[in-house]
Write a protein that binds this ligand. Sequence first.
Ligand code: NAD
Length: 251
Amino acid sequence: MQLENRVAIVTGGGGAIGRAICLKLSGEGAKIAVFDISMESAEKVAEEIKQKGGEALPFVLDIRIYSEVEKAVAEVKGKLGNVNILVNCAGGSARSKMAEFHKQSLEVIHDMIDINLYGALHCIRASSPFIIESGRGSIINVSSIVARGGKKACVEYGAAKGALIAATKSLALELGEFNINVNCVSPGLVSREAIEDEKAFAQRYSCVNRICTQDDIARAVLFLALPESDFITGQDLAVDGGRSLGLKGDY
Ligand SMILES: NC(=O)c1ccc[n+]([C@@H]2O[C@H](COP(=O)([O-])OP(=O)(O)OC[C@H]3O[C@@H](n4cnc5c(N)ncnc54)[C@H](O)[C@@H]3O)[C@@H](O)[C@H]2O)c1
């Protein structure tokens, strides 16, 4: 158990990838604060961790609202102990609202930046004093390969995720002296629905012969959260089966 007695906040912990991250960190002994806007999802994941013998608590908040983030982070310290790890996973591209930028509504543009960028920055701002106080820690931001290669009808999402990669680098410079490493994990397409023809999907969306799973992302996050990875900082790790290499040109 490499994360025993460590406390990890996972935002969007009730979501598909967030749940996998919560379970993975818990499997190494971390106590998990499941941050989510959905009470039902946060409670479900916290319960699942407890059923497996881990320690977890749900926290319901909207990461777009700084006062809610500040309050929840302070509660984590009181209920689970000082924060050592922050994983910013809440977010998404709101696929049903995607549109080419010249036709996109201002509401969606602002919303995408609010959740994917401001939400993550709020959590970093509120948590980092606690992580500094704890003496050692890791921050892992979930970005996207869209920020690397671009994607049509994804301008605001790509802008937010790209800014998150940029923030990661500057934060790594600032927080290194406090023994905190800061990195990004950028997933390729991780389907939430069952895929009918996995072989065709894999051929289209990766260079390897299988689809990307939530667990692939969780393993990368765990790797960056482990003490043995503390010399890796300011990096953006693509977990996409080579898709962002652009070999297939199918963005
Ligand atoms: N699924 C993919 O293919 C993919 C690819 C690249 C990057 N990503 C990134 O991975 C992360 C997780 O994606 P997912 O597919 O698991 O999505 P998901 O929708 O399953 O999970 C997102 C979670 O965030 C929570 N959330 C949303 N708004 C919130 C808010 N304001 N405050 C607190 N919680 C909030 C949701 O309730 C949900 O539980 C996102 O940041 C997404 O951009 C996903």
